[in-house]
Design a protein around this ligand. Structure first.
Ligand SMILES: NC(=O)c1ccc[n+]([C@@H]2O[C@H](COP(=O)([O-])OP(=O)(O)OC[C@H]3O[C@@H](n4cnc5c(N)ncnc54)[C@H](O)[C@@H]3O)[C@@H](O)[C@H]2O)c1
Length: 312
């Protein structure tokens, strides 16, 4: 198998590349480095399956077409502008990268009949008050980011339906792990661990009673690769998460035992907050045999270790 991973120099992308290489696939990466970085791929340089890392934009049709023309038989489309606040401030940029960009890739895949995985997100779901979210749960875009993802999903599924293109849409829940950015654009686990290690306060937006279902990066990558390769999931939408949700308050206390260093600050986008996020991943278990393997406590420890190592 020869796979093209868009956004492969990003946080989840580099774990997907690692997973593909561990399965002896050939891998090409296309990434414009807008939020990813070359260092995320450094350890793969020289590995026999790691064919090439091309710095470029998914919207560059000629470039993307030339890459697909190099015997690619699977596209895993992860490249996206992922910052919710940015999407609220500058929706046109998110639309252009995440919707128009996805459309362009689908067109190329249609011409070549290349199977296509679209990386969506749990952020597309409507509020769930008291239960885990399965794929039948209603969607409702609370931000232009979520709207762009829903549009990408719809386009992807329509190419499956209208052209018989082998497609799959995946909706991982909040993913965390080493290589995730620990600045404002990063994930909550990395940001909290980084601040804790630096002896700073952990800032919680709003009440902190919002819950997150945190999926460890290697579990997410294994899910993505299995979904991309799985015949039984063609044309489907699939969730992946840990199945357990924790409040942001609980997460902060797990990472920083000193309660004095945890404070609540005004939410930056309360209108786009989802108060309860817990994943029901039974469909992925049934169709792919996929299960998460890394417990939150273990995953947090690995992030902490990784960050410690980075700052040494
Ligand atoms: N992090 C999460 O919790 C999470 C959860 C569910 C889904 N996702 C999805 O997973 C994917 C990867 O997210 P991530 O957390 O690794 O973010 P990330 O920002 O680290 O990765 C995105 C990558 O895409 C690249 N990119 C962005 N626009 C591009 C363009 N136009 N052309 C080429 N490359 C471009 C960036 O440089 C970056 O390397 C995204 O599609 C995101 O929506 C993330």
């Amino acid at each position: 198998m020869r796979a093209l991973v868009t956004g492969g120099a990003g946080f989840i992308g580099r774990w997907v590349v690692a997973e593909l290489l561990s399965r002896s696939a050939d891998v090409l990466v296309l990434d414009n480095l807008s939020s990813g970085c070359e260092a995320n791929l450094a350890e793969f340089a020289g590995r026999s399956g790691f064919r090439e890392f091309v710095v470029g934009d998914i919207r560059d049709r000629r470039l993307a077409g030339a890459l697909l023309g190099r015997g690619v038989d699977l596209v895993l489309h992860l490249a996206a502008k992922i910052n919710v606040q940015d999407s609220i401030d500058r929706p046109a940029e998110t639309f252009d990268a995440d919707v128009a960009g996805t459309f362009g890739l689908l067109e190329l895949c249609r011409e070549r009949r290349t199977p296509f995985l679209f990386m969506s997100t749990c952020m597309v779901y409507a509020r769930a008050l008291d239960r885990a979210i399965d794929e039948k749960h209603p969607t409702f875009p609370a931000s232009p980011y979520a709207a762009a993802k829903l549009s990408g999903e719809a386009l992807t599924l329509s190419y499956g339906q209208a052209y018989g293109l082998p497609v799959v849409v995946v909706r991982p829940f909040n993913t965390y792990g080493p290589f995730q950015r620990a600045d404002g654009e990063g994930g909550v686990v990395s940001i909290f661990c980084q601040r804790e290690l630096a002896g700073r306060t952990l800032d919680i937006y709003g009440s902190g009673r919002q819950t997150r279902d945190l999926l460890y990066a290697t579990d997410c990558a294994r899910f993505v690769v299995e979904a991309a390769a799985g015949d039984r999931v063609r044309g489907r939408v699939l969730n992946a998460g840990s199945g357990r949700d924790v409040t942001v308050n609980e997460l902060a206390a797990m990472i920083c035992p000193d309660a004095e260093r945890i404070r609540h600050v005004e939410h930056i986008h309360p209108q786009s907050e989802i108060m309860k996020l817990q994943c029901d991943y039974r469909l992925a278990r049934e169709l792919l045999g996929w299960e998460p393997q890394v417990r939150l406590e273990e995953g947090v420890e690995r992030v902490r270790e990784w960050l410690r190592h980075q700052t040494r």
